[in-house]
Write a new protein. Structure first.
Length: 240
């Protein structure tokens, strides 16, 4: 019996290591997410008549942290109004994609969340509205609004793309091997309401274009079965 704590610790460590290996694709290629990443490469730099995008360089460590197997990081500028919207559009294993959200990552970068996290629907021409979370963040005198949402891959060409923002993203998406996440970000004026954000006007043009690309479909996306840690696992292991 005196060795039991050590045995349980080893079992917990093995279970945790196996779980991390599965969700981080340590032992196999994530072909589902890689197929989705090829679709993201088709997202154009020209949106509508006025929006022109410029790619932003993203360091490898940020892509690794985000779990992005494919991404679009781009600033779109309106040639008429000179307004800008940043787009962060990624795909990867759901374990990474659902958990890195602005209300966590922005705070880690020194931002303060200014407004509650609210739901907001953005109209998509010819389709159901896209559901987003939105909030504002500031760092010193600078403030910006972020809209964020997720979508599961379309596996049969022509199926509609659904953008959703569930309260329990972890429970909703589980351990799917591919999941999209989309951010729209722009500066925010004092007392500006979500519907007044330039992000909304841009999204109304961007989403139909992006959805048409994603509707081409990818091979069926499987889900990894979670590896449960023993009930006696350490708090550190359970938190992982």
């Amino acid at each position: 019996m005196r060795y039991l704590p050590y045995i349980l610790a080893v079992v917990a460590l093995v279970g945790f290591t196996a779980y991390q290996g599965v969700v981080t694709d340590r032992w196999r290629d994530n072909v589902e997410a890689e197929a989705c990443a090829e679709l993201l490469e088709m997202v154009p730099k020209q949106i509508g008549a006025d929006w022109v995008g410029e790619d932003k360089e993203v360091p490898d460590f940020i892509l690794d942290t985000a779990g992005a197997k494919g991404y679009v990081s781009r600033t779109y500028k309106n040639s008429r109004t000179k307004e800008t919207v940043d787009v962060w559009f990624i795909v990867g294993h759901s374990f990474n994609i659902w958990r890195h959200t602005p209300n966590i990552c922005y705070k880690a970068q020194g931002f303060t969340q200014q407004s509650p996290q609210d739901n907001y629907e953005i109209q998509v021409k010819g389709q159901e509205p896209a559901n987003f979370f939105t909030s504002t963040f500031n760092k010193g005198p600078y403030a910006e609004r972020v809209f964020w949402t997720w979508s599961t891959p379309v596996t049969e060409p022509g199926q509609p793309v659904e953008w959703i923002a569930p309260e329990n993203a972890r429970g909703h998406f589980g351990n799917m091997r591919a999941l999209y996440k989309l951010y729209f970000t722009s500066g925010v004026k004092e007392n500006e309401k979500p519907e007044e954000s330039v992000c909304v006007r841009f999204a109304e043009e961007f989403l139909p274009v992006a959805n048409k690309i994603l509707e081409q479909g990818t091979p069926p996306v499987t889900a990894d079965a979670p590896v449960a840690a023993p009930a006696t696992a350490s708090p550190a292991a359970a938190a992982g």
